[in-house]
Write a protein that binds this ligand. Structure first.
Ligand SMILES: Nc1ncnc2c1ncn2[C@@H]1O[C@H](COP(=O)(O)OP(=O)(O)O)[C@@H](O)[C@H]1O
Ligand SMILES: [Mg+2]
Length: 267
């Protein structure tokens, strides 16, 4: 097994876009961590697989690369071919995560001033199959790292994930601004952990209720394209690492993921 090695950077990698063998590249973005960006990336990717698409999932969240954990990928080492990294295959898709590279390399790259260039190089060095959709779990926020990633890719569009409380409005506006200034299409907003369904009455209880003068997402130019409830245990997998969407195909939330996938396919 060969180890992936970073090459010496000779020219400014900002000069060119990274070419990837995917017909569509979809960025999943959020203003902050912990709102469900990875959960949405994983379940959206699985729904696209169930629709017969060839899917890759790229976990580019250097601050919290937890896609491997969510998909039950443990102790699997990526291999390389001609210094290109071969993604891991699981649940019918190809998966690559910044979490797969070794501990020493991580300390080296995510800190130094070369971090952004190295991330871009890493992104370009993955040998994907011929994909219909590449879903990218971006690092949260609008800082230099997510910005440089989206500048380097030819995105088809972006999905913005948020929890629907007042304090998130400013975050969502910043995300919109980042994608608009980089001239990228925005599919819309995913409101995650919006409500909980009372187990006794089936009543929907909003987790972030709005007061009359609260700002919310209704005034936005972009519509809400999916609403997911708070589901205790959505992050749990069975012992084979099978995630929620594959275990509960008939669940309302899985069907909402299918609706989201349809909207992404439609553009
Ligand atoms: N709809 C949901 N209901 C309940 N828990 C959720 C939901 N979406 C995400 N979570 C949980 O919230 C935590 C953060 O989600 P995650 O997808 O890791 O967020 P991010 O990638 O934005 O940091 C995880 O433990 C995840 O299982
Ligand atoms: Mg995450």
């Amino acid at each position: 097994m060969q180890k992936y090695e970073f090459k010496k950077i000779e020219k400014n990698p900002m000069d060119n876009k990274i070419s990837m063998s995917a017909k569509n590249i979809i960025a999943v973005a959020s203003g902050k961590g912990g709102v469900g960006k990875s959960t949405v990336s994983v379940n959206l990717a699985l729904s696209l697989v169930s629709k017969g698409k060839k899917v890759g999932l790229l976990d580019a969240d250097i601050y919290g690369p937890n896609v491997p954990l969510m998909l039950g990928i443990k102790n699997e080492k990526v291999t390389t071919e001609d210094n290109k990294i071969i993604p891991i295959k699981k649940h019918g898709m190809e998966i690559m995560s910044v979490g797969f590279i070794t501990e020493e390399d991580k300390a080296l790259i995510w800190r130094g001033p070369l971090a952004m260039k190295l991330i871009e190089q890493f992104l370009g060095d993955v040998k994907w199959g011929e994909l219909d959709y590449l879903i990218i779990d971006l690092p949260p926020g609008t800082g230099d790292v997510p910005l440089s990633i989206i500048q380097k890719l030819k995105l088809t569009g972006a999905v913005i994930v948020t929890t629907p409380q007042e304090a998130a409005v400013a975050d969502v506006l910043k995300m919109i601004n980042m994608f608009e200034t980089t001239k990228n299409h925005i599919y819309g907003i995913v409101e995650n952990m919006k409500y909980i369904t009372c187990p006794n009455s089936s009543e929907k209880i909003e987790l972030f209720p709005k007061s009359e003068d609260n700002e919310d997402f209704k005034g936005f130019k972009y519509e809400t394209i999916a609403e997911f409830p708070f589901i205790p245990g959505i992050g749990n997998k069975d012992k084979d690492g099978t995630p929620f969407y594959l275990r509960y195909r008939e669940h309302d939330t899985s069907i909402e993921y299918d609706n989201l996938a349809d909207k992404v396919i439609k553009g």
